[in-house]
Every structure is written in structure tokens, then in C-alpha cells.
Write a protein that binds this ligand. Structure first.
Ligand code: SF4
Ligand SMILES: [Zn+2]
Ligand SMILES: [Zn+2]
Length: 336
């Protein structure tokens, strides 16, 4: 098959658009969509100046998504004095898996001369995910613990760096799964939270001092195209799966969406288009409603959710209870 644009050998056929693209044109097409998303989300604060730059923390795990995101952000904003970027890598304490992906993050940050910070659950919380999985005091999936720790660490780190935004590499498949999960759980408050936490254009979100705004500039690009993008650009990535990945429900949704997309190309795009519109309406309807605050879109930080946010008695994080979820989890892990 030939590339629609130049006639060279195509490496990809996007069934949802009918396009056949060579490596070079796939690269251009991915970059175009990411730049458009950055523009539409209003990612760069129009008031940013070289003296008072917009400060971004990029979550860099070493997987293909975060590596592609970091590379593209560096291409676009690396020399822009209105932006200060820092890549943050979190080591969860997963033997083998995370060690190799950390190497990929170091290589990329070195290549780009990007400021890079490496933090671990062990240093921050005195826990390692390998041990948590073995003890499992709450009888939960590994990702349920891991998500709480990661979010706490990202928030604290972003606050320490005085970050204006936290950017992550979630792709179209990830976002369509989250959207579908929120639909199927019937949790419209969660849909509303998603808009203000990471989905809506930045100037349309409700500002909060409690959480650093998030954005996902890759969320229009399917996972497979990001993998091809990294391959075409020969970026250092770590492709292996985490040995503890067992979010059963998400896995089920993932296969369902995959099948839908096979039979009805464009399903992921239309799920997201409808979901985005709905989330804007839901955010509008639920704003000011206690329990709707907080960036709970990834791992469902509902935390009881019936009262306003306050500081955790132990660590000072924002929570809707006296003691935050992370501190409660740490307590039950220590008690084993
Ligand atoms: S797959 Fe789950 S356990 Fe593994 S790093 Fe991701 S969130 Fe943590
Ligand atoms: Zn081409
Ligand atoms: Zn706490």
C-alpha cells in the first residue's frame, strides 16, 4: 500500500479516516494533532513571559506515550522562554519493569537536555509496589494502591516545583476507556470532575487552588499510532507491561472498545466527542456541589465525596475526610 501523500510505502492504515501513511507522514500527522490539541486546550498561558514563565511538569514513565509527549513538547516549546519544563519519573518499586523504563527516561532527558527528577515510592512513602502486592492488606488490585500513591506524589511534586500544569501522555484509547468506564458506572459526578481536572480547555475549567490542572495533549491520537511514532523517530522507550497490571474492569472495557473499533472504525473518536460535550454540561451542572472537586479521573479518588475538601491531618494533602486515602492505605500496609 502507498502513502496517500507521497506515494512511498505506507506503514499504517487508519481505518477510521481511510488514510494510508508512510513513516514521515505519520509523524507529521501525529504532531499536527498534538499541536492542535495544545492550541485548543489553551495549554500555554497567554500571560506567560520569559520573566514569569508557565511551569509544566511532564509525567515521564519511559513508556511510549510519555516519551512521545516529552519529545513533542520539547520540539515545540523547548526553546520557548515562556515555558519552563521539568520531566518527573516515578519509580514504584517494581523490580525489573521500572528499572528498564527509568533507563529510557534518563536517555531521553539527556538527549533533550531536559531537567529530570526521579522519585520513588520507597523514598517518599517507604513502600515498594512489589511488597504491597504481596501483602495486599486491603484486598485490592495493585493499580488501586499504585494510583493513589502516584497521584499524591505527582500533586506534591507539582506543588513543590510551583507547577502551573501537570501533563501526562494518555492517548485516545486510554481516554475512551476512562470515558466508557464513567458512563457504565453511571457516575455523572465523576464525568463532571473529569472536565475540570483534565479534559476541558484550560480557560473553561473551574480554577481551584487545591489541585494542579492536568492536560493530556496526546488524547486525540490512537495508541498504535503513538507506538509507530516512537518507532519512526527511534525514541528510547520501554515497551514491557507492568507485571502487576490487573485492572480487570479496564481490561474488559479495553477489549470491548477494541472490538467496537474493529467493526465500526471511528468508535473511539465518537465516544470521546460525545463524552467531552457531556462532561462540559455535567461540570456546569455540578459546580459548587460538594464532593465534585478534585482530579479523580484516573483512579476514582472519590474518598467518600460528601463534604468539602480540607487538609489531611497527617500529611496536609487535600481530602474530603480527616485522613486522606493515601495515609489510610499506608497505615494498613504498615499494620501487616
Ligand atoms: S500497571 Fe498498575 S501497578 Fe503497574 S505501575 Fe501501573 S498503576 Fe502501578
Ligand atoms: Zn508519505
Ligand atoms: Zn494524608
Amino acid at each position: 500500500m502507498e502513502c496517500d501523500k507521497c506515494g512511498a510505502d505506507a506503514i499504517h492504515h487508519a481505518a477510521y479516516s481511510g488514510a494510508h501513511l508512510c513513516g514521515d507522514h505519520l509523524r507529521k500527522s501525529v504532531e499536527k494533532r498534538v499541536k492542535r490539541r495544545i492550541r485548543e486546550d489553551g495549554l500555554l498561558d497567554p500571560d506567560a513571559t520569559p520573566d514569569d514563565p508557565d511551569r509544566w511538569v511532564i509525567g515521564l514513565s519511559g513508556g511510549k506515550d510519555s516519551v512521545a509527549l516529552t519529545q513533542i513538547l520539547d520540539d515545540v516549546f523547548g526553546k520557548d522562554p515562556r515555558v519552563e519544563m521539568l520531566a518527573l519519573t516515578i519509580h514504584e518499586g517494581i523490580e525489573g519493569y521500572r528499572d528498564a523504563s527509568v533507563d529510557a527516561t534518563i536517555e531521553l532527558a539527556d538527549d533533550l537536555s531536559l531537567r529530570h527528577e526521579l522519585v520513588s515510592y520507597e523514598e517518599e512513602f517507604d513502600v515498594r509496589m512489589d511488597d504491597v502486592v504481596e501483602d495486599d492488606p486491603e484486598d485490592m488490585a495493585a493499580c488501586a494502591y499504585c494510583g493513589v500513591f502516584r497521584r499524591d506524589l505527582l500533586e506534591n511534586y507539582a506543588a513543590e516545583f510551583d507547577a502551573d500544569k501537570l501533563l501526562t501522555g494518555h492517548n485516545l484509547d486510554d481516554e475512551a476507556q476512562t470515558a466508557m468506564m464513567n458512563f457504565l458506572e453511571g457516575d455523572v459526578r465523576q464525568v463532571a470532575k473529569h472536565f475540570d481536572a483534565s479534559l476541558g480547555p484550560l480557560d473553561e475549567r473551574e480554577a481551584t487552588d487545591a489541585f494542579v490542572p492536568r492536560a493530556k495533549p496526546l488524547r486525540d491520537v490512537p495508541e498504535k499510532e503513538i507506538a509507530l511514532y516512537c518507532h519512526v523517530r527511534d525514541l528510547p522507550t520501554h515497551m514491557a507491561e507492568c507485571p502487576h497490571a490487573e485492572e480487570a474492569y479496564r481490561g474488559e472495557i479495553q477489549s470491548t472498545i477494541h472490538e467496537l473499533e474493529e467493526n465500526h472504525p471511528g468508535a473511539r473518536h465518537s465516544i470521546m466527542a460525545g463524552y467531552e460535550e457531556l462532561s462540559a454540561l455535567a461540570a456546569d451542572a455540578y459546580r459548587g456541589d460538594a464532593g465534585a472537586g478534585g482530579p479523580g479521573d484516573e483512579t476514582g479518588e472519590n474518598d467518600g465525596g460528601s463534604s468539602a475538601l480540607r487538609e489531611c491531618e497527617r500529611c496536609g494533602s487535600q481530602t474530603s475526610r480527616d485522613v486522606c486515602r493515601k495515609c489510610r492505605l499506608l497505615e494498613s500496609i504498615e499494620a501487616v
